[in-house]
Design a protein around this ligand. Structure first.
Ligand SMILES: C[S@@+](CC[C@H](N)C(=O)[O-])C[C@H]1O[C@@H](n2cnc3c(N)ncnc32)[C@H](O)[C@@H]1O
Length: 305
């Protein structure tokens, strides 16, 4: 028997797949990931930034977001008063269109630019803050991307990325995912849900899903990219352990069922359970356990003044 070994995608193909996958995902992205622009969303984002900086969140004058998606990070930071003027970039025009619609609904003015993170169309020293959430693991050449982040940052400016999958945490998250997939038929029977319909119109998205994530990180790797780009004061933190296991269990169960059959009460339990466990992680675990154990990593650094 001859087994075909899948060919690794080139950097260009990874970018293309990311743009196409996220263009299709943009329409239902906020609903799928529970993205919120109210008090909950603002508190979540401020907590991440505070954790990253290790101090109260100051007000940044000019911020640039990389891979901004529908605006989770930037729009919440603007609403919370932590950012004055914002530029949001993404490789997916569909995501930027969703972001602009969110910004308009929230009464915020944001500049959007469709671009690849490795080639930023901005002059040197244009921003005081370069941020991103759940983006670095999609970028083929991170050394080049970090050089660009450092270049567009003004002296003394801050780089801050959160929500990056840690290699160890990602491996451990397979346990709740597999366990949930095993019990999913029983769970569906218990809540009276039909199995999820096979993807048809959404087929392009489903078929690209396994190709968009290209890295999971050991904390030292992120530190290395930042230092090699000339950044200093590099800090790494970890977040979400219990919350993540709980979240992946519920997401795997929900994905196995017909969306119309998942009761509101269940979704409410999953959402509030996740928020409660985030608080437990924050209060008890994050300051005591090594960053590598957590599902998400946060990296922050500074451009020398
Ligand atoms: C997982 S989503 C996160 C979106 C948003 N930051 C959030 O947290 O909700 C990753 C985003 O990165 C964008 N992206 C992927 N590869 C990129 C690249 N090479 N350059 C810029 N953006 C990219 C995707 O289009 C997508 O919007």
């Amino acid at each position: 028997m001859c087994l075909a070994v899948p060919r690794a995608l080139s950097a260009e193909e990874i970018r293309d797949v990311n743009a196409r996958y996220h263009d299709v995902a943009a329409d239902h992205y906020d609903a799928k990931w529970g993205i919120d622009f109210g008090d909950v969303g603002q508190a979540q984002v401020l907590a991440k930034v505070r954790k990253a900086l290790g101090r109260d969140v100051p007000r940044f004058e000019r911020s640039l977001e990389i891979g901004s998606g529908t605006g989770y990070f930037t729009l919440n930071l603007m609403l919370a008063g932590a950012v004055r003027a914002a530029t949001c970039t993404d490789i997916s025009p569909g995501m930027l269109a969703a972001l602009s619609a969110n910004a308009q609904r929230l009464g915020l003015e944001v500049c959007t630019v469709a671009t690849d993170a490795e080639e930023l169309p901005f002059a040197d020293g244009s921003f005081d803050l370069v941020i991103g959430h759940a983006i670095l693991h999609h970028i083929p050449n991170l050394a080049q991307a970090f050089r660009e982040f450092a270049r567009v940052l003004a002296p003394g400016g801050t780089v801050l990325f959160a929500g990056e999958p840690s290699r160890y945490g990602d491996r451990v998250a397979q346990i709740p995912k597999r366990a949930a997939a095993t019990v999913a038929p029983l769970w569906r029977r218990a809540i009276g849900a039909r199995p999820a319909p096979p993807a048809e119109g959404g087929a392009p998205e489903a078929s690209l899903e396994g190709l968009v994530d290209v890295h999971a990180f050991a904390p030292g790797e992120l530190t290395g990219f930042a230092r090699d780009a000339g950044l200093t004061d590099v800090r790494i933190a970890g977040e979400e352990l219990l919350a993540n296991w709980f979240g992946w269990t519920n997401r795997t169960l929900e994905a196995s069922a017909h969306p119309e059959d998942v009761p509101w009460g269940w979704r409410n339990y999953a959402y509030h359970g996740y928020l409660a466990l985030q608080k437990v992680d924050r209060a008890l675990l994050e300051s005591r356990l090594p960053a590598a154990l957590f599902y998400n990593l946060i990296v922050t650094a500074r451009k020398p003044a």
